[in-house]
Design a protein around this ligand. Structure first.
Ligand code: CA
Length: 250
């Protein structure tokens, strides 16, 4: 009971929105079991009982919107009308990159290899435990999600590099610890090198429009940043004061 609750929690925790799974399986009992196990994880499930229904369903969804309406397809290999291998080939041929978990009653290595060769991402042999299936689905969905996240480039200027993904800053090859506000201030500066910012603009972008307080806050943070970044904080080369206007980076 405890483990079920725990797995339910972790499945929800790493999903910012509900993942949609298409289950293609002709054996009713297995199909029902898959639906129950995956719905319990919080996923949205759509089913198809044969190959043709699956292909037609995928086609109709595709014509409505350009992108795949599913995050994962759980695809049985032996299906009436159109088999799983052909569906997989078809999807990949159309350039559809949806994650595919193939299921098969055949346990031979050849089937596994063919399944992966036609573009399945993972392969599970029947009989399998529902726990195993859920774990594989979760891993595929996580991988799918990570691969669609845009990579934010590392910002570099002279001897400073700032990695927005890892929230890390290196100065002359050494890591420096910045507070969240200092980090966001530096990230803004480095994103627009040489642009002059007024204190009010910096307050707006880093502290937000709801911030109540005066612009001296900016000066204080700039002083702290300089102490961490500059070789000589009294003669800054990175964060420069522009008299009468504000600050500039570089
Ligand atoms: Ca089957």
């Amino acid at each position: 009971m405890y483990t079920t609750e725990l797995s339910k929690y972790s499945a929800k925790a790493d999903l910012s929105q509900t993942s949609r799974i298409l289950v293609v399986e002709d054996e009713e009992l297995i199909r029902e079991m898959l639906v129950v196990a995956l719905e319990r994880e919080g996923y949205e499930i759509i089913t198809a009982a044969d190959g043709r229904a699956a292909v037609e369903f995928l086609k109709s969804c595709e014509s409505n919107s350009g992108e795949s309406p599913f995050d994962l397809v759980v695809l049985d290999l032996m299906l009436p009308q159109i088999n799983g291998l052909d569906i997989c080939r078809l999807l990949r041929h159309q350039g559809n990159a949806v994650a595919i978990l193939m299921l098969s009653a055949k346990g031979s290595e050849t089937d596994r290899v063919i399944g992966l060769e036609v573009g399945a991402d993972d392969y599970l042999t029947k009989p399998f435990s529902m726990r195993e299936l859920v774990a594989r689905c979760r891993a595929l969905l996580r991988r799918q999600r990570l691969s669609t996240l845009p990579l934010i480039p590392v910002l570099k200027y002279k001897e400073i590099s700032l990695n927005p993904q890892e929230c890390r800053v290196l100065v002359r090859g050494k890591e420096v610890n910045l507070s969240p506000k200092e980090f966001r201030l530096l990230e803004l500066f480095m994103s627009y090198a040489r642009r002059v910012w007024s204190r009010e603009q910096l307050l707006d972008h880093v502290w937000g429009p709801d911030f109540v307080g005066d612009s001296k806050t900016v000066d204080v943070h700039i002083r702290w940043l300089r102490e961490k970044l500059e070789q000589d904080p009294s003669h800054p080369e990175y964060i420069v004061t522009v008299r009468g206007f504000g600050y500039r980076f570089g």
